[in-house]
Write a protein that binds this ligand. Structure first.
Ligand code: ADP
Ligand code: MG
Length: 323
């Protein structure tokens, strides 16, 4: 680009890469992309605000990874194939070292998933990152939140809780050993979007969501849209060794079931699918665990090994909840 204003300098130096899967990428008024026959366009947007979604001292490379990862996770939860991303960046100042590290985190993940950055917007203001992701899903095959039926199993991928345990540690609600904190905080900053699993679940999962606000809250979204309830067994929730060390404390348990930021998939499926789901998990090398059951009624309850309800404080993150 020949423009040499600071804004165009930022775009040209850090965010202009060839769009390998688009008709036209960064540089014009719009990007142009082609949609394959028989496919629907899946689109999602996520904003991350400094101080709300990440600690202001976050490593910019981790932040670049996370800003795209949370969007890839939405594609995964829909069973969609991500292709194109757009990045709206609001920056307090132009810091090229910071931007280079951010772009590295973003593009390393984009390359891994063969996603092209096809456009965006660059403005000055409090640090805020908005990524729009677009992809394709075969017509009618997307995994919606509304398809869970009473009698279905509830499943989650991976392990739940480490990201929220790191946040709880930072907020002084519990104390992690230093090495545990360093491990847990990487789950917070560099979540693994379950894109291949999401696509493989098409036709098998009856409903799906990614765990961003908290396991019980996100399962609650499936339940309200599906007009059903669910019971989750605390002892069945897959934990890391760090989670296992903290699940007995109130603060630890709250973080695990009500904290968020895991970006694992929570989905429902008919019990007939158990074996095929386990086969699929083995092939993809992504662990999945059955944690409960969909019931008639409404709401999500958490039960202990004795079948009695387990009390928890939080129910997931709500930006507009009264403090
Ligand atoms: P407009 O004035 O039409 O809004 P801009 O000056 O904002 O255009 O952007 C010029 C081009 O650079 C557009 O193609 C836009 O999509 C792209 N762009 C702007 N900011 C970014 C960014 N942070 N990342 C990727 N592309 C960007
Ligand atoms: Mg613009």
């Amino acid at each position: 680009m020949t423009h040499n204003t600071p804004e165009f300098d930022v775009i040209a130096r850090h965010f202009t890469r060839p769009a390998t899967n688009a008709v036209l990428g960064v540089g014009d008024d719009c990007a142009l992309v082609g949609i394959s026959r028989g496919m629907e366009l899946a689109v999602s947007v996520d904003t991350m605000v400094s101080g709300t979604h990440f600690f202001p001292d976050v490593d910019p490379e981790n932040l670049g990874h996370k800003s795209l990862a949370v969007n890839l996770s939405d594609m995964a939860a829909m069973g969609a194939m991500p292709y194109w991303a757009m990045l709206a960046l609001t920056l307090p100042k132009v810091d090229h070292d910071w931007l280079a590290a951010f772009a590295k985190g973003f593009f390393d993940l984009a390359e891994e998933f063969e996603v092209s950055l096809v456009g965006g917007d660059t403005t000055r203001g409090p640090l805020t990152l908005t990524v729009t992701i677009m992809g394709e899903v075969p017509i009618g095959a997307a995994l919606r939140r509304s398809g869970a039926k009473a009698g279905n199993d509830v499943w989650v991928s991976g392990r739940i809780g480490d990201a929220a345990l790191a946040v709880a540690h930072r907020h002084g609600k519990l104390v992690l050993e230093e090495s545990d904190y360093h491990e847990a905080v990487m789950r917070l900053y560099e979540p693994t979007p379950r894109v291949a699993l999401g696509q493989a679940l098409r036709g098998m999962a009856t409903a799906a969501i990614d765990v961003s606000d908290g396991l019980l809250a996100d399962l609650g979204h499936i339940c309200s849209l599906s007009k059903v309830g669910a019971v989750v067994e605390l002892a069945a929730i897959p934990l890391s060794p760090i989670g296992a060390r903290h699940v007995a404390s109130d603060a630890g348990r709250n973080a695990i079931v009500a904290g968020g930021d895991d970006y694992e998939l929570c989905f429902t499926a008919h019990p007939n699918s158990r074996e095929s789901l386990q086969d699929l998990a083995r092939v993809l090398d992504v662990p999945i665990t059955r944690i409960g059951q969909v019931k008639r009624g409404k709401g999500v309850s958490l039960v202990g090994a004795d079948g009695k309800p387990v009390k928890i404080d939080g129910r997931g993150y709500d930006h507009f909840a009264a403090p």
